[in-house]
Design a protein around this ligand. Sequence first.
Ligand code: V47
Ligand code: SF4
Length: 373
Amino acid sequence: MEVLTADDILKVYRDDREFLKIAEKVFQGKRIDEEEALYLYERADLTALGHLAEWLNRKKNGSFAYFIVNRQINPTNVCMYQCDFCAFGVKRSDPKAYEMTLEEILRKVRETYEMGGREVHIVGGIPSNWPYEKYIEIVREVKKAFPDIVVKAWTAVEIHHMAKISGKSYEEVLKELMDAGLDAIPGGGAEIFSERVRRIIAPYKASARDYLEVHRTAHRLGIPTNATMLYGHVETLRERIEHLSELRKLQDETGGFQVFIPLAYWPEGTRLGGTRTSSVDDLKTIALSRIFLDNFDHIKAYWVTLGEKVAQIALNFGADDLDGTIEEERIVHSAGTKSAYGHSVDRLVNMIKKAGKVPVERDTFYNVVRIFS
Ligand code: V47
Ligand code: SF4
C-alpha cells in the first residue's frame, strides 16, 4: 500500500467526517478514546484505517520491520486449566500428552544457540504435579548452560500459578526467577480481560486482574514484558477495546511493555469451536492497536496466527515486527494454523523486503543487531 502523508489522508477520505476528526486528533499527537476506537472498528474504511496506522508507525519506526532469531520451547502440553479455546493443553491421560526432559530442553536451546539464535521463548501447559522448583530449575539450567541467550519465559498465568502453589508473592517469585536468569516475560495468557468472556472461554485460570498485577510487578522489578490479546471468538468489539484500554492504562503507569501482539483465534480441535477470523478483521485489529495504543512502540504481526501473507500486508497497516524464526511452534498449530513451524532468516528477510520495508534483525529488547539494506 502506498504511504500517504497526513494531508493526503485528509484529502482522500474527506467524505467521512467522523474519520477526519479522529485522524486530525492523531496527527496532532492526541489520544483517541474508546468511542472513537469503536467508530474506526465498525465504520471506517479499511484502507483509511491502514493509512492512518501506517502514518503513525512510520513516525515511530521509520521503514524498519523487525524480526529475531529465536526458538519457542513448550516443555509440556499437559495442562490442568483446560481453556475451551486451546487445543494445545491436554489431560495427562491424553495420547498426545508429552513432557520434555531437561536434557531435551537444553538440546533445543543448544541448536538455537549454534545457529545464531538470541532468544528462547519458553511457555507451556501447567501440569498439576509440577512443583514450583521445576519452573525455576528450567530457567536456571538454560541460563547456566547458555549465559548469552535471552530467556523469555513463563506467562503471567504460569507465574500466578507458581505463586499459588508456593505461597509466595508475585514479587518473591519474580525475584527468584530473575536470580535464576530470567530476562523477559512473554505476553501470553491475557486472552480477553472481560470477566463475561473469561467465564466462557477460560473460567479456571488467572483472572485479568492477576495478569495485570504480574506484569505491573515485573515492570517495577525492571523485567520487560509483552502483551497480547486473543481475538475472534466470543468477544464483542467493545470488549476488545476495553482490553486495549487496560493495557494502555498500565503502560501509562509503568512503561514496561515492549510490544503488543494481537493473536487471531484458530478454532480447529478446540471445545469452543467457531470460525477463523477474516483478513479484514485481522488487518483492522492491527491498525486499531497501533492507533489506540499510542504509548506502545511496537506492534507485532505474528505470522503464525495471521499467516504469512496477511502478516506481510500488516507491515503496511501499522505493524513493525514479525516475531522470529521460532523453529517449532506448537500452540497455534494444535488449533489448525497452516503456517510453517518455523522460518529461515532468508525467508523472513524476503517477506519484509517484499512488503517494501527494511528488514532489521533485533534482540529481545529491540536493539538493532543487523540491518539488511
Ligand atoms: O495465551 C491458545 C494463544 C497464547 C489458541 O510475547 C491461541 O512475544 C490462537 O502468547 N488460537 C500463547 N491462539 C502464545 C503467545 C505469544 C506468541 C508469540 C509471541 C509472544 C510474545 C507471545 O496463544 C495463549 C493464547 O492466547 N492461543 N490457543 C488458538 N486456538
Ligand atoms: Fe493451559 Fe494455556 Fe492452553 Fe489454557 S491456554 S489450556 S492455560 S496451555
